[in-house]
Design a protein around this ligand. Structure first.
Ligand SMILES: Nc1ncnc2c1ncn2[C@@H]1O[C@H](COP(=O)(O)OP(=O)(O)OP(=O)(O)O)[C@@H](O)[C@H]1O
Length: 240
């Protein structure tokens, strides 16, 4: 089994409505996997089930060979899932460098911190911003910093919830290039995303959700070439 994360028939109901309905999702080690679908498809609910913010009503989720049943959200992070939620939550009054420092000191010894801090600042293209309070960075830069803080925890899998929300086209493109660089260094990435051109830029494989279920899955060429996906996804996602 090369999957680092997979779910078996996971379901979650709110009231009478099945937001996630018997979903099997599989993320292979080393890939960039995008979870897409129109509004209300169940993507965020699936993301929250994976990170442990919701418990499934049915089904199971496995990470790095272990069943996640009863594993709390913080313990999932300790096991190697790093999560970047949609809204940046950097420490705005602290310099960029210190934001990384705070994250790094949770994982590595003092001697290695300076070296790792420098590596991340370069990777994130934030060297010139290193001593600026993070609150003065652009929206895109704050998002990259937060990706860096997720990386500082030394994860096996990085989960990104709409990493390009609110970004300009140029920031979106640069975010894609950053994610591809992380992946080239061996990181496995799962991103929930709306922006199809961004998905085309980064994805190896895609899972499409619709009405709580998996509607299609495949490599990026198969998904882009699938007219049915165009109908449900592009047809309903105008406004994003
Ligand atoms: N906490 C909740 N309580 C009740 N209903 C919820 C809750 N969270 C999600 N839902 C409902 O579940 C369905 C799936 O929502 P979800 O947010 O997972 O979809 P999504 O694919 O992420 O959509 P979007 O792209 O708009 O973020 C929607 O009908 C939503 O209203």
């Amino acid at each position: 089994m090369t999957a680092i994360l997979y779910s078996e028939n996971v379901s979650k109901q709110f009231g009478g409505m099945r937001a996630v309905d018997a979903v099997n999702l599989e993320i292979e080690r080393g890939e960039i996997h995008c979870l897409i679908g129109p509004n209300g498809a169940g993507k965020s609910t699936m993301f929250k089930l994976i990170v442990g913010y919701h418990d499934p009503d049915e089904g199971r989720i496995f990470f790095d060979g272990a069943d996640l049943v009863n594993v709390k959200a913080f313990a999932r992070v300790q096991r190697g899932m790093s999560i970047k939620m949609q809204k940046p939550s950097v420490f705005k009054e602290l310099p960029t460098r210190l934001n990384l420092h705070v994250a790094l000191q949770q994982k590595i010894g003092k001697q290695q911190i300076a070296e790792e801090e420098a590596r991340l600042l370069e990777l994130l293209d934030l060297e010139e911003q290193a001593d600026k309070p993070a609150g003065l960075l652009s929206h895109g830069q704050q998002q990259w910093l937060e990706i860096g803080m997720a990386l500082a925890l030394g994860p096996k899998l990085v989960l990104l919830d709409e990493p390009t929300a609110g970004m300009s086209d140029e920031e979106t493109y640069r975010t894609g290039e950053l994610i591809k660089r992380l992946n080239a260094d061996g990181m496995t990435i799962l991103a929930v995303e709306h922006d199809m051109s961004f998905v085309r830029q980064i994805a190896d494989r895609v899972t499409v959700m619709h009405l709580g279920q998996v509607f299609a899955r495949g490599n990026i060429e198969e998904i882009v070439g699938d007219a049915r996906v165009g109908e449900i996804y592009l047809g309903k996602s105008h406004g994003h």
